[in-house]
Design a protein around this ligand. Sequence first.
Ligand code: BGC
Length: 765
Amino acid sequence: MKRSLLSLYAIALWAVPSTPYAQTPKLNSKTEALFAKMTIEEKVGQMAQVTLDVIGKGENRFSSFEPLVPDTAELNKAVVKYKLGSILNTANNRARTPQAWNQLIGQIQDAAINKTRLGIPVIFGIDAVHGTTYTAGATMFPQQINQAAARNRALVRKGAEITAYETRASSIPWNFSPVLDLGADPRFSRQFETFGEDPYLISELGKEMIKGYEGEDISHPEKVATSLKHFLGYMVPASGKDRTPVYLSEQALREYHLPAFKAAIDAGAHTVMINSGIINNIPVHANYEILTKLLKEELGFKGLVITDWGDIENLFTRDRIARDHKQAIELAINAGIDMSMVAYNYEVFCDNLIALVKEGRVKESRLNDAVRRILWVKQELGLFERPVTDISAYPKFGSDEFRRAAFESAAESITLLKNEKSVLPFTKGKKILVTGPNSHSMRTLNGGWTYSWQGEKVEEFASAYHTILEALQKEAGVDNVIHMPGVSYKMDGKYYEEFADRFDETVAAAREVDAIVLCIGENSYTETPGNLNDLYLSDLQTELALRLSATGKPVVVVLNEGRPRIISKFADKVQAIVQVYLPGNYGGDALADILFGDVNPSGKLPYTYPQFPNSMISYIHKPSEERETVEGVYNYSADFNPQFTFGHGLSYTTFTYSNLELSKPELAGSERLSVSVDVANTGNREGKEVVELYTSDLFATITPDVKRLRRFEKISLKPGEKRTVTFSLTKDDLSFIGLNGNPVVESGEFKILIGNQSKNFIYTR
Ligand code: BGC
């Protein structure tokens, strides 16, 4: 049996590990020559990253004056004296123009290249997680959760290509994206940053995103290096709250959390960011088994491993596994960290690490491994040749071509969850009431990580785009649209605070219209500020939904939310439910087109939408979680009872599945199984359908998952058109992680499910 990744002796508490760092990348001769000249101080400097405010002119390190200019003394101290290798983030938590970025990064690179002995450029990193977050005028895409709902590989790749282009146009070559965490907990404040709850879906879309960002060669002036995050097992804490303890078996870690990271590393990702949290009581930043044994040795990752924000300090100040800063640095660097996102106090990091090396508590060979990885990424990015770019070389920045891609991505993501008596699409000329706290807000359409960390500055930068109200006024004509908020968010309060805003008037206005578009959900947030105590949609919004539905007018609920807030108190009382998630700057336009039938919806839920707070079971679950409720006196309450299942999503047309065929009824060894199914558009509109293939392992030595997604393909069919879709499976698609931590495939009976079709087959090893 493998040594456990998660056992207590996983932390090399006082021992200095003697790993030979077999995966250290090869440098070219120029970089190798540079590396050979480096002192310990120069190596340590490369391993530190600070946030932009640290070198900005201002009163302190936490805020800068605007317009931002570097403070020459601070810049020289950080980059010349301490020889820091990297800077991240924007200053003052706000977006700036590409010209401002070019100039600023030019000044930083000038110090790094022309005023230091070795002239190594700084690598600048940013969170461009749904478009280039901190660049004004850049193209904002839907968040990752939408892109997972769209299930369209080509759109994910195109979006990443555009984001890479606009990020590099801002002189920034390193993107802290994609998020490859399993978004399996609906309570978690960052679920919207994920590709949802399925490991295969995350792996497939993750690979596309990496190819889009990195291309074949990251030295290309339109490409960036990616950072896979957050390695590993971040988003499933017991409490549902950010950066609180996760308890996870190694079997589950490898079965559900690891595959997407493995696929992305195999696809060539250059950097990895570590999980800020704690697994089985070990902070991941101090876990040698995860960082070195698993990531660097087993997965063969030869790129750069960076901490998350301040997470070395956290080993001391938050998690108390180190007695002081120095020991925290010793633990993390010896566990396998290459670069510390120190954020602010770089002197503490650098001075202590230099001392640790001199005292032999951190070996210079460990530093060499880290620095080679850092220099390798800089070399691969071509930073020595092109440390800064110029916006004039990027004519497509913010172009119509880019906007169209963002619109398409939004349109394909929007998911029609309910459409009773075909209340949608609306016919032209209908009089509608547009209401709810999300009806007139660009902030809520975008969510966190948009022009600022929590998304609170969106309105300042997004006035050129349409809120849901504005888009509907455009679509239906101003005279046909009445707007009343009913409930509003307190924009200067906590993100979740709201108030009744002409509540009774709104209900009265509902009586004057043909239909109600009720836009509800959440205000923007991310990370710890988005922690939640109650997953039910707020009381006030619930009351608004109940009051409006009681008018007897058709209610179309538009959900605009970063996680599935529970709506079971009114879901059966409204006629239609449309999930827009966080669709970005073109989400309002895309929704208007869907409500009025110009676009046929084709999104599918990327997670399970819970109906009850004590029944938050993912579609990936065990047979014991899906038992029939027994009639009569007993109610086991162990049934699988979501509001909507993973993969659910309606269309304005109908698709009919038939003729599921397997190439053979029995499969042996490494043979391939070909699976085909006919899909026909049996309605009267053109539409896109996501064809999903699931497998069920009927019996296994560990209790099997009820079903698992193995393949998907999005196709487009004209009315009356029929297409045969073929998938190919191998034994790897039937395997699971056994108790020894290795994949196993067992002989036995399996079921294939596509749409309403299913067929069994036998596999023999
Ligand atoms: C987040 C990361 C992000 C980093 C840098 C952290 O707080 O967890 O996802 O990349 O900040 O902004």
